[in-house]
Design a protein around this ligand. Sequence first.
Ligand code: SF4
Length: 720
Amino acid sequence: MLKPDRIVSTTCPYCGVGCNLELHVKDETIYRVTSPFNAVVNHGNLCVKGRFGYDFIYHPRRVTTPMIRKMPQAAGSRTQVFDLDAWRQVSWDEALDYTADRLVEIYRRDGPEAMAVYCCAKATNEDNYLLQKMFRALFRTNNVDHCTRLCHAGSVVALQQAVGSSAMSNTASEVIQSDVFIVTGSNTPENHPIIALQMKAAVMKHGAKLIVIDPRRSELCDFATLWLPIKPGTNVPVFSAMAHVILKENLVNWDFVEKRTENFEEFADAMEKFTPEFAEMVSGVDRKLIVQAARLYAKAERGAIYWGMGISQLSHGTASALAVIHLALLTGHIGRPGTGLNPLRGQNNVQGASDMGCMPYHYPGYMPVDNPENAAKWARRWNIEPGGLSLKRGLTTTEILSHAHPGGVRALYIMGENPMMSEPNLNLTRHHMEQLEFLVSQDLFINESGAFADVFLPSTSWAEKDGTFTNTDRRVQRVRRALAPRGEARPDWQIISDLAKRIEARLGRPNSAGWEYSHPSQILAEVSGVSTEYTGVTYERIEKTGLQTPVWDEAHPGTPYLFSESFPRGRGKFHPLEFVPSVELPDDEYPFILSTGRVLEHWHGGTMTRHSKLDELYPEARVDLHPTDAALIDIHDGQAVRVSSRRGQVVLRATVTEKTRAGVVFIPFHFAEAAANLLTIDALDPQAKIPEYKACAVKIEPVSEAELANPEAVVSRGRY
Ligand code: SF4
């Protein structure tokens, strides 16, 4: 057997579970990935992405030299170019000087509102902290966001309103201590596979009862006591009907409600109208199932709720998440092991990027930007004159591009994200991208968004740098360099600190905000010095197993579950709710509801997994369609079809399957050649600004094989 030169312990770069990986390196090549059985998060288990999805590091299309577009780009006529011949390879000095010159020119001319940045939920805490610092400290703007806006913004706003904290309240592996748990809006086996293993063990080995509430029949339904096949966009009536039953049948934990909550009376009045009959009428879920689910959860000793983006990615995502949260406040299923409110965070470091302040309303540590005391704390830390930081809340991810016009955003810096795959209504997004005056892409590949850029800054993969990720259950873990950077690629934090110094020199600021770091541990120490939830997190302390935030000081052991005594806002707050339907409902012309999401083998816009052998396991986009619907429109399994909405169309093959309920079709959003987001609607939740990815109206019609983008991906190939 091959003997490794070294085995490097690190954290998986894909999903928010945060599995521990051991990278086996021989001759500067990773040839095997394992995980130790005593790994605290994943106990030696890995899914196919963690085990095999590292080969994108070596992909021939990876770009490892800085580049500038040969043809100067202008607002209004910006073009998307993948061909490397359209780019000129340049030195780091030239690339960074050019970037600094253009950014400073636009900032001087148009001011802070013209500048915007997408941070990256795949990059480390240290990378993200520095990038938001660069834009806040140098360009004095809060136009700072990342893809948290696109996944759990509704959950974040709702949790902040209800309890004052937006992270998962409990450790994921505590599910085996629950006697009843609800999984809703989450295909956990495909999206958080190792947490799904723990959920299955909770049922099979520990006797827990599982309730699945979801339009799709995920594998978890095989383990569930109840499956409520809800129509997308009807979470508020279904969860509020469960609250209605809990109230009517006096299953309320009155002691908890009296001591720990507020606004109960107003809430209870608002729940009167949400009868199980009403919920059945709008959601299609049998009223008896709603009553059974309410009783089962309310009567549990330790009930927990886990949810995914089926709750949050709606134009009423905040209300939807509040309806879920109310159940825990009514029953007191929170603040103890095996209970809790658990939004399953998608990306490996979306929790960390949020903690690091990569959001337009918050500094690191969720300190609101419009509070002068918070601004003063960060101004002191960054050597900025009193009053120098902006108190104005910035634009969200979803707003930054729609503000790309004269008088709005002119310069955009994108680190590792791919809005040309992840934004809703991509035809409109394309138009917005074309309006930018200057675009920076810092990434591994020229993806669909980077192909619009003026300058490309090649960064390292997670295996070529040090740092930390914070996983879905708030565990800060080490990322370790296993390989030297490929070519001239540099870690993101080094690119940013080098660029920041050049920008600062051009701006002629009297004091430096501080960009001299020799190791990312110094960056984390800077965060910990102001952000109290990370105060006790040091590289030394997380050397072996990581620590769960909050970690209040260097003696604090971390916090496996939250809210044992109180909520950060004091009392948990009930909110009266109304049912507001999704913006675009099916009709005669567009009779199906489209829902989008991920599949096990792929990751988001595909920048990594579509440059990996994982692509061979799932090589093409498919639309999942229920057999009843397929029969109605005379479509057979594997047939080429066109799916159209009022915004765009894609051609792909159909999979006829009972994995989705009748009337609802599903398309994964990883495939540029049949990009699901050409179809989705750009309606936003008014509070969270999250798009309605989970519900828009589409029609389906058969087409010839010749119309497929990749007809050579034969029907029998891949897992569908
Ligand atoms: S479950 Fe998530 S963190 Fe674990 S190996 Fe798979 S992708 Fe990586």
